[in-house]
Design a binder for this molecule. Structure first.
Ligand SMILES: Nc1ncnc2c1ncn2[C@@H]1O[C@H](COP(=O)(O)OP(=O)(O)OP(=O)(O)O)[C@@H](O)[C@H]1O
Length: 845
């Protein structure tokens, strides 16, 4: 048992603006414990002068300042916890802090750079690396990913991938057994045999979380997320299984309701969140009290799930994330106070060992049988029933393989069943008599050669039988492989829809550690277009979903949206890095092959050299020179060098593989986010457009939104509108709220260039003029929208003049494709842009 208090660490988020000096200081000198001093500025709170100039001091195991990188966070905080989980103890790391203070960044990581990987991906990497190294045990790893939002649990690893809102995800409920153990009903446990599979699950969960997020629920801010790695291990032959869980927890923002300034639905949420964090605090206070017997775990789902992690069987670590800007000082102080209380909690972690019931049952069954056999012999009890044909066949097979077994120690286990013993003797007698037959008829054959001796004859027959067996095994294997390939092929062709997963089993690099082969072959396939990321099974199905159907006009709008989105730079950067990594991996693969063949040649040369020496000693009848041959020595050291470089290159290749996969997943995530943001913007703009298209005197009831037949749009465009907006949502209040609330804005990066972009130069908008947009803003609307060339004059204009007038543009300014739906989409898009321009006061330019 390991008794330990919860370890507390603090991490200070880098600030974008330059901070006034002296808000906080870190003192590292106090006996391996760091102290954080927060100094309350004099002018805190809206001009109210704080004459006291108070300062608060908090102690932590370590404080990570603004410059700290993700790798040191992993090394110092997460690695020791991962190690104890590998040893069989439960572990928990949770991040606590106000919104935007860096909880998600610390736990999961940033979505831009590979080096920004957070604790979860790094821990997975570390765990699988350790599991691979340890061949003494058999390990099984499972992953679960739970989101708790408004006291309801949701399974983020829902394999159906069809969630478009949280409610679509399976609801997870808590069950408690009589021993007060918590069970989570409906939370799927997905097996992950490799790091890659585990990372795919993490990204699947994150994507589900992002997709299910609605404007009303900014998931990362308002929900708690618990990513759990379940590891079980067993030594071969042993019945003892060790099970350990590692919870990596990203809690909801801890700010107080009053500060968030929210109302309505958001207030309800905030209450829930605050309530669950309040219950967390209650649990922590109760645990810190020495003689308290009742700990109120059951008050909230989060405390129930984390019951073991808080004052129970677990090694727990807390990371207090701090955004030490002036306006956040009070929240930072309350986060630190919370951490100080947490630090008082003592946990008692024990090895979670249990005996595998299946193994025990097997063992007991065998023992029972042996005892029964012994009893039968002792009591003289005889079985009278005849052995069945199947039993006889089995017995004969057993005898044959016993006779064929070359091992002198092998035994024929017949138990105490006399019927079997009798049959065994009979069978042996039969075999013996059959074998004697040729001996009796031993004569010279036609060529006059001596017939084969019985011994030789037996040997040849054995060899023949062995060969027969081998052939049968090979034929079976071949059949199985063929079937597998067919199955894979048919499942791939069924689920294809643009999938480009490599089915070819052709090895790319070969070599001793060929676990990389299939993945690297898929890497080389993707080298041609690294932006197409459809190869991940988790994401593939989503790609084929109905959401992907975009009309041409909408597609065009999306292209522009994408181009002007703030994230496009990151996507483009990552694409370039990915390309570089691909070519590096390719080049490394080629080098590895070269080095391998060099090693092969050197080995051959050494062998030849040795053979020559032996031959020389035989022909010249001299005793073989025991001294080392200098040439051979040189060859050997060359070979060692090559092996070293082979190993280095291979390690690098493995690292590259992980990096490439991570980058691909990051890009996939960015793409999903982009699409989602586009959808929100598109629906909003289309709804605005439709609203405007209604006659001014018609009442704007919600129903009228859904009856576009009253609008000025043609029938076809009504259908388009319906398709785009099955039920127009209310205008995104949250987005506006987010823009107002800068801390929220930080936590969920809103495209810096608000899409769609303003194509015109702005005199009023000084902020925009110094952004990189200036160059683009000189373009006209027509220049900027990459519309197809205008149709010939004979082509019928899809809209009538009234519609033209309604949309307020000269009929010749927009070229049309001739396709009614596409043109409607184009018009909708142009109109939306105009709306935006109007909003910004740029419409007349
Ligand atoms: N240590 C850091 N280095 C660089 N960027 C950071 C760091 N910590 C946070 N950020 C950035 O700050 C922003 C907010 O961080 P993050 O989303 O992790 O906050 P959070 O505490 O999880 O917020 P929420 O409660 O909304 O989930 C993100 O853009 C993130 O990339």
């Amino acid at each position: 048992m390991v008794k330990q208090t919860i370890q507390i660490f603090a991490r200070v988020k880098p600030t974008s603006r330059k901070q006034p000096q002296g808000i906080y200081s870190i003192d590292e000198d106090e006996k391996a414990i760091s102290a954080l001093e927060i100094i309350l500025p004099r002018d805190l709170a809206d001009g109210f002068v704080n004459n006291k100039r108070e300062s608060y001091k908090f102690k932590f195991q370590k404080i990570f300042d603004q410059e700290s990188k993700q790798d040191s966070i992993f090394d110092i905080i997460a690695k020791p916890v991962a190690e104890s989980v590998l040893a069989g103890y439960n572990g928990t790391i949770f991040a606590y802090g106000q919104t935007g203070s860096g909880k998600t960044f610390t736990i999961t990581g940033g979505a831009e750079r590979y080096s920004d990987r957070g604790i979860i991906p790094r821990t997975l990497s570390y765990i699988f690396e350790q599991l691979q190294k340890d061949s003494r045990k058999m390990y099984t790893t499972h992953i679960s990913y739970l989101e708790i939002y408004n006291e309801c649990g949701y399974d983020l690893l829902d394999p159906r991938h069809e969630a478009s809102s949280l409610e679509d995800l399976p609801k997870v409920t808590i069950l408690e057994d009589p021993d007060q153990n918590i069970h989570l009903k409906n939370l799927s446990l997905q097996q992950a045999a490799t790091e890659e599979e585990a990372l795919n699950l993490l990204f699947l969960g994150d994507t589900n979380r992002m997709i299910a997020e609605t404007p009303m629920n900014q998931a990362s801010t308002r929900s708690h997320c618990i990513f759990t790695v379940h590891i079980s291990s067993k030594e071969p032959g042993s019945a003892i299984v060790r099970r350990a869980k590692l919870h990596l927890v990203d809690l909801a923002g801890s700010e107080r309701v009053a500060k968030t300034g929210v109302g309505g639905q958001l207030l309800t949420e905030a209450k829930y969140i605050n309530l669950s964090l309040h219950y967390l605090e209650q649990v922590i206070i109760a645990l810190a009290e020495k003689h308290r017997s009742h700990i109120p775990y059951r008050n909230s789902m989060m405390t129930s799930v984390l019951r073991d992690s808080l004052g129970g069987n677990c090694m727990t670590t807390m990371i207090a994330t701090l955004s030490l800007e002036k306006r956040n000082i009070d929240e930072s102080i309350s986060t630190c106070r919370f951490a100080q209380r947490v630090a008082l909690i003592k946990n008692e972690a024990v090895l979670n060992e249990e005996i595998d019931p299946r193994l025990i049952i097997g063992r007991l069954k065998k023992e029972i049988q042996e005892l029964k056999d012994e009893l039968a012999i002792v009591t003289g009890e005889q079985r009278t029933q005849q052995l069945s044909q199947m039993e006889l066949d089995n017995l004969e097979e057993q005898i044959t393989s016993f006779l064929e077994d070359q091992d002198p120690e092998s035994r024929l286990e017949l138990g105490s069943d006399m019927r079997k013993i009798h049959h065994c003797f009979q069978f042996l007698k039969k075999l013996l008599s059959e074998r004697k037959v040729p001996e009796k008829h031993e004569t010279k054959d036609q060529e006059g050669e001596m017939p084969l001796k019985e011994e030789e004859y037996r040997k040849l027959r054995d060899i023949l039988r062995q060969r027969d067996n081998e052939i049968n095994i090979l034929v079976n294997m071949l059949k199985k492989e063929k079937k597998k390939v067919q199955d894979i092929y048919s499942s791939h062709s069924m689920s294809r829809g643009g999938t480009r997963q490599s089915l070819s089993p052709t090895p790319v690099y070969g070599g001793p550690e060929d676990s990389l082969k299939p993945s690297m072959s898929s890497i080389s396939k993707h080298t041609h277009d690294s932006s197409n990321l459809d190869f991940r099974p988790g994401f593939r199905r989503r790609k084929t979903g109905k959401k992907e159907e975009m009309s041409l006009g909408r597609q065009e709008a999306f292209e522009i949206f994408k181009r002007d989105h703030a994230d496009s730079v990151t996507i483009e950067d990552n694409k370039q890095i990915l390309k570089q990594r691909f070519s590096e991996a390719k080049a490394l693969g080629e080098n590895i092959n070269e080095v391998r063949s060099k090693i092969g040649h050197l080995k051959e040369e050494i062998n030849q050299r040795q053979m020559q020496r032996v031959a020389l000693s035989v022909t010249e009848n001299v005793v073989e020179n025991q001294e080392l041959d200098p040439v051979e020595e040189k060859l050997r050291s060359q070979m060692e060098e090559e092996k070293k470089s082979y190993k280095n290159m291979f390690t690098r290749l493995k690292g590259l593989k992980v990096e490439i996969e991570h980058l691909q997943l990051l890009m996939e995530k960015a793409k999903v986010k982009l699409k989602k943001e586009f959808e929100v913007w598109w629906i909003e703009e289309a709804a605005n457009l439709q609203k405007k298209s209604l006659p001014e005197n018609s009442p704007q009831t919600p129903e009228s939104h859904q009856q576009p037949s009253q609008s000025h749009l043609s029938n076809k465009s009504e259908m388009t509108s319906r398709k785009i907006m099955p039920s127009p949502p209310p205008p995104s209040r949250t987005q506006r709220h987010k823009l107002k609330n800068s801390s929220l804005e930080e936590s969920y990066p809103i495209p810096k260039k608000s899409p769609p972009p303003s194509p015109l130069p702005s005199k009023n908008n000084d902020n925009r003029s110094d952004t990189p947009d200036t160059e683009e803003s000189d373009l006209t609307l027509k220049d900027k929208v990459p519309f197809p060339p205008p149709p010939s004059r004979n082509l019928e204009n899809p809209l009538n003049n009234e519609e033209e007038r309604f949309l307020g543009r000269p009929s010749s300014s927009i070229p049309f494709t001739g396709d009614r739906q596409t043109d409607t989409d184009i018009l909708a898009f142009v109109k939306a842009r105009q709306n935006l321009l109007q909003k910004k006061g740029l419409a007349n330019h």
